[in-house]
Ligand binder design. Structure first.
Ligand code: NAD
Length: 483
C-alpha cells in the first residue's frame, strides 16, 4: 500500500508571529481513507493564555494602524489566497472531504471575503446626532472591541473563519482563532498564507486544540473582549454561558424547511431542494433540512428528487466526476444513520439510498438519500441531520404547511416555492428565521448579505456577512463636545 500523502504544512500554533509547537499532539485524518495525514498540536490552557497575551500585546498598535493600511493588508491577503488557491483547495478536500470543485469555490470566496472587508472598512462611518442641549455636538464613532476569540466549525473550514478574520482585522481587532480539530491542518495552511502576505505579528493568532479546553480557555479569558462562534446550538449555548457578559456573535444550527406549494415550479423546487441537501454532503447549516410538500405535488416532487439523488456520484473527492465526498467525522455519520433508522422504524419510506457505503473507502461515505412519509415527531424532522438526506413531509393546506414549518426549535434559513408571490411573502413574514428565499432553496446567500438565526430560536444571535459583521465586531461609541 502507498504511504499516506503527508502535506508540507507547518503543523504548529501561530502565536505572536511565531510558529510554536506543543508537547501534546492529535492526528489530522483524511476522512475518505481514515489515514493520519499529520500530527497537530493539542493545546492546553497555558498555550491559550499565551495566544491571548500575544493578541493583547498587538491590540493597541493594530487599532492605531490607519484604516487604509489595514485595508491594504486585507487586499494583500486576498491576493496571497488567490495565488495559493489550488494548494489550499487540495488540502481542504483532503482534510474535510468535500469534492475539489467545491473546495476551490470555497477558497475563492475566502479571498473575496478579505477584499470585501478592505472595501467596506474604508466606507464605515459614524453619525452626528441632534441633541436637546444646543451647546452639545454629538457624534458616534466605531472602534475595535479589542481581542476577539473566534471559534469555527469543520464544514466550511476556510470560508467561515474568514467571515470573522477579515472584518475583524479590517476593523482593527486582534484575534485568537481556534479552528475545529478535524480541519485544523487546512487552518495552519491558511495561517501560513496570511502570515506571508505581511500580517503584523500578533494580529491573528492560531490556537489548535480541542474546543472544550483550548476554545473554552479563550471564551473565559478576561482579556478576550468578545466572541465570534459558528458551530452547533449546544456549543453555542455553552459559550453564551461561559462567556456571559461579552458581546457574542453566534451562528448556530439549522433545520431549514423547503416549502413546496401546489402552484410551484416543481422542477426548480426539486433541483434546489436536492442541491441544498447534497452540496458538501449535506453538512451545511442552511441545508435542506426537510421538504414540506403539498399533498397534490408530493409524488411528482419525490420522483424528481430521486432523479437528482440517482445522478449523485459519491466517492473520492479528488476524482473527476465525483459529486459528493465522505462525511467529515464519525460523530456526524452516526447521527445521519440514527436519524434514518429512527424514521424508518416509525414508518417512513426510503425512496433512494439510506445506507453507508464503506466500500468507497472509510466508513464515512453515505448514499444520497430521499425519504418520504416523514412525520412531525421523527428525529429527521425535528433535529438537524447534517448529512446527504432529503426528508419529505406532505401537508394538506397552507395552514398545515406553516404549522409544520413553525414547529421547530431552529430558525436559520428557509426556501419557499410558489408562483403566488403574495403567499410567498406572507409565509416569509410568518416564519421566525433569519433568511427566507422565495423560489430559491434554503442555501442561497452571498457573502455581503446578512446571515443568521431568528430570535427565539436555537439558530444563533446576530448577523454575519459584509457590513453586518463589521458592525457587530466594533464598539459604537458616543463622543460629545460641549461647544
Ligand atoms: P461544534 O459546536 O461541535 O464545534 C464547533 C467549534 O466549537 C469547534 O471548533 C469545536 O472545537 C468548538 N467547541 C466545542 N466545544 C467547545 C466549548 N465547550 N467551548 C468552546 N469551543 C468549543 O460544531 P461542529 O460539529 O464543528 O459544526 C457543525 C455545526 O455548526 C452544525 O450544527 C451547523 O449547523 C453549525 N454551523 C452553523 C453555521 C451558521 O452560520 N449558522 C455555519 C456552519 C455550521
Amino acid at each position: 500500500m502507498d504511504a499516506p500523502y503527508m502535506p508540507a504544512v507547518k503543523t504548529a500554533n501561530y502565536i505572536g508571529g511565531s510558529w510554536v509547537s506543543e508537547p501534546e499532539t492529535m492526528p489530522a485524518v483524511n476522512p475518505a481513507t481514515g489515514e493520519t495525514i499529520a500530527n497537530l498540536p493539542k493545546s492546553g490552557r497555558e498555550t491559550a493564555a499565551r495566544a491571548v497575551a500575544a493578541a493583547k500585546a498587538a491590540a493597541a498598535g493594530w487599532a492605531a494602524t490607519p484604516v487604509f493600511e489595514r485595508a491594504a493588508v486585507c487586499v494583500a491577503i486576498a491576493s496571497a489566497i488567490d495565488a495559493q488557491r489550488d494548494a489550499l483547495a487540495r488540502l481542504l478536500s483532503l482534510e474535510q472531504g468535500k469534492i475539489l470543485a467545491e473546495a476551490t469555490g470555497e477558497v475563492g470566496k475566502a479571498a473575496d471575503g478579505f477584499r470585501l472587508a478592505a472595501e467596506l472598512v474604508k466606507q464605515m462611518g459614524g453619525q452626528t446626532l441632534p441633541a436637546e442641549d444646543p451647546t452639545k455636538l454629538v457624534m458616534t464613532i466605531r472602534q475595535p472591541r479589542g481581542v476577539y476569540g473566534v471559534i469555527t466549525p469543520w464544514n466550511f473550514p476556510v470560508n467561515i473563519p474568514v467571515e470573522y478574520l477579515a472584518p475583524g482585522i479590517a476593523t482593527g481587532n486582534t484575534i485568537v482563532w481556534v479552528p475545529a480539530p478535524s480541519t485544523s491542518l487546512v487552518a495552519c495552511a491558511l495561517m501560513e498564507v496570511i502570515e506571508k502576505a505581511g500580517l503584523p505579528a500578533g494580529v491573528i493568532n492560531l490556537l489548535i486544540g480541542e474546543g472544550a479546553t483550548a476554545g473554552d480557555a479563550v471564551v473565559v479569558h478576561p482579556d478576550v473582549a468578545a466572541i465570534g462562534f459558528t458551530g452547533s446550538a449546544a456549543t453555542g449555548r455553552r459559550i453564551a454561558e461561559r462567556g456571559a457578559g461579552k458581546p457574542l456573535l453566534l451562528e448556530l444550527g439549522g433545520n431549514g424547511p423547503v416549502v413546496v406549494f401546489e402552484d410551484a415550479d416543481i422542477d426548480a423546487a426539486a433541483a434546489a431542494a436536492a442541491g441544498g441537501a447534497f452540496f458538501n454532503a449535506g453538512q451545511v447549516c442552511a441545508a435542506t433540512g426537510r421538504v414540506l410538500a403539498h399533498h397534490s405535488v408530493v409524488d411528482r416532487l419525490c420522483e424528481k428528487l430521486v432523479e437528482h439523488a440517482a445522478r449523485q456520484v459519491p466517492g473520492d473527492p479528488f476524482h473527476q466526476g465525483t459529486t459528493m465526498g465522505p462525511l467529515n467525522n464519525a460523530k456526524v455519520a452516526a447521527k445521519v444513520k440514527e436519524h434514518i433508522d429512527d424514521a424508518v422504524a416509525a414508518g417512513a419510506r426510503i425512496l433512494h439510498g439510506g445506507k453507508p457505503r464503506p466500500d468507497l473507502g472509510s466508513g464515512l461515505f453515505f448514499e444520497p438519500t430521499v425519504i418520504r412519509d416523514v412525520t412531525r415527531d421523527m428525529k429527521i424532522n425535528r433535529e438537524e441531520t447534517f448529512g446527504p438526506v432529503v426528508p419529505v413531509l406532505a401537508f394538506k393546506d397552507e395552514n398545515e404547511a406553516l404549522d409544520l414549518a413553525l414547529d421547530s426549535e431552529y430558525g436559520l434559513s428557509v426556501g419557499v416555492f410558489t408562483r403566488d408571490v403574495t403567499r410567498g411573502v406572507k409565509v416569509a413574514k410568518a416564519i421566525p428565521a433569519g433568511i427566507v428565499n422565495i423560489n430559491a432553496g434554503s442555501t442561497w446567500w452571498e457573502i455581503h448579505l446578512p446571515f443568521g438565526g431568528g430570535s427565539g430560536t436555537k439558530s444563533g444571535i446576530g448577523r454575519l456577512g459584509g457590513i453586518h459583521t463589521m458592525e457587530a465586531m466594533t464598539e459604537l461609541k458616543m463622543v460629545t463636545i460641549t461647544l
